[in-house]
Design a binder for this molecule. Structure first.
Ligand code: HEM
Ligand SMILES: *[C@@H]1O[C@H](CO)[C@@H](O)[C@H](O)[C@H]1NC(C)=O
Ligand SMILES: *[C@@H]1O[C@H](CO)[C@@H](O)[C@H](O)[C@H]1NC(C)=O
Ligand SMILES: *[C@@H]1O[C@H](CO)[C@@H](O)[C@H](O)[C@H]1NC(C)=O
Length: 323
């Protein structure tokens, strides 16, 4: 009797352990580096602040790197790996090629933080999560407690980047689906898309919207046609701001959508007569709600399938796996 009880409780705790282990979110904690490297977070912050001061757009680029990391094999630093004989990088996958940027700043952070800790204890995946938060704060947005303890991958997944990173041509149904696939709901989608309050897009990303879509303010579309010629291959890299206050993190993005000034086709999908219109309206006049929800959804995004415990490694160089 006693022994069958013991067996049962063993099975129950093994089950609980299996559930907790498969649900990595419960393993990340905000004070993860408090003992092993008390200056880690302040070191990351000062490098991010200097980089943003030098170029405001860098804050946007760093925020996007964390997103593009988390949607491919989870938040595991896989986007940072360079190509080698055995690794095909995510950097040259379609959504990242000539687009993802900020890798030199990540190198700089890594060097500074390893020096502050005396050895490599902070993962590249965690650096991306903290740098994203510090970038948003540096550009006037909200703060949140970043959960930490992610480890770094030893592989990259360029096919995953092509499949999982949503394209600007998607419609609302497809956008909802791509977030659902990562365990994020419709509200997470609308609030995280508020990240387009900062930063820039290339002509290739918004050309179809300004020439072919009808749900766009015609004056706004015409003004962009000077920057972005109709012919494919001409001025493909020419940049336009994602909202009309692109160096400041604010709720202006949502007001732009209401006046049909979304830059990307996918942007305008959120205010186009569908299920997300109401939330766009609310965020446009309630930036407090936007700020609060943004932090919560960033924590949720940062919890996507982290490597923890003995999984993966702490890279010494974010661009390469350890020897
Ligand atoms: C929901 C689907 C999303 C789509 C379709 C999308 C698409 C895009 C595209 C096409 C660009 C321009 C890239 C270029 O032309 O080089 C861009 C830029 C950007 N995206 Fe997104 N995005 C999405 C969600 C997000 C999320 C969730 C975040 C962050 C939490 C984010 C943050 C950014 C930022 C900050 C930029 C500007 C980057 C810079 O200036 O370097 N995006 N996005
Ligand atoms: C990435 O961009 C470069 C430079 O424009 C181009 O030569 C290369 O073919 C692109 N790679 C992929 C995989 O599209
Ligand atoms: C969205 O796109 C998919 C795939 O092209 C299509 O099947 C679907 O009908 C579209 N949904 C809407 C609401 O347009
Ligand atoms: C606009 O749509 C037409 C017809 O579908 C297509 O041939 C053209 O490539 C599109 N133009 C842009 C800039 O996407």
């Amino acid at each position: 009797m006693a022994s069958s009880h013991g067996n049962l409780s063993f099975i129950v705790s093994a089950l609980v352990f299996a559930i907790v282990a498969s649900n990595g979110l419960s393993e990340l904690t905000a004070d993860y580096y408090e003992n092993s490297c008390p200056n880690a977070l302040s070191t990351i912050k000062s490098v991010v602040e200097a980089a943003v001061q030098k170029e405001r757009r860098m804050g946007a680029s760093l925020l996007r790197l964390h997103f593009h990391d988390c949607f491919v094999n989870g938040c595991d630093g896989s986007i940072l790996l360079d190509s080698t004989a055995t690794i095909e990088s995510e950097k040259s996958a379609r959504p990242n090629n000539n687009s993802a940027r900020g890798f030199e700043v990540v190198d700089e952070i890594k060097q500074a933080v390893d020096q502050a800790c005396g050895k490599p204890v902070v993962s590249c995946a965690d650096i991306l999560a903290v740098a994203a938060r510090d970038s948003v704060v540096a550009l006037g947005g909200p703060t949140w407690d970043v959960r930490l303890g992610r480890r770094d991958s030893t592989t990259a997944n360029p096919n995953g980047a092509n499949t999982n990173l949503p394209a600007p041509s998607l419609n609302l149904t497809q956008l909802i689906k791509s977030f659902q696939d990562q365990g994020l709901d419709e509200k997470d989608l609308v609030v995280l898309y508020g990240a387009h309050s900062i930063g820039f897009a290339r002509c290739v990303a918004y050309r179809a919207h300004i020439y072919n879509d009808t749900n766009i303010d015609p004056n706004f579309a015409n003004s962009l046609k000077y920057i972005c010629p109709r012919d494919v291959g001409v001025g493909d890299g020419n940049l336009a701001p994602l909202d009309c206050t692109a160096t400041k993190f604010d709720s202006q993005y949502y007001s732009d959508l209401i006046s049909k000034k979304g830059l990307l086709h996918s942007d305008q999908e959120f205010f186009n007569g569908g299920s997300t219109d109401q939330l766009v309206k609310e965020y446009s006049y309630n930036s407090e709600a936007f700020f609060r929800d943004f932090g919560n959804s960033m924590i949720k995004m940062g919890n996507i399938q982290p490597l923890t415990g003995e999984q993966g490694e702490i890279r010494a160089n974010c661009r390469k796996v350890n020897n």
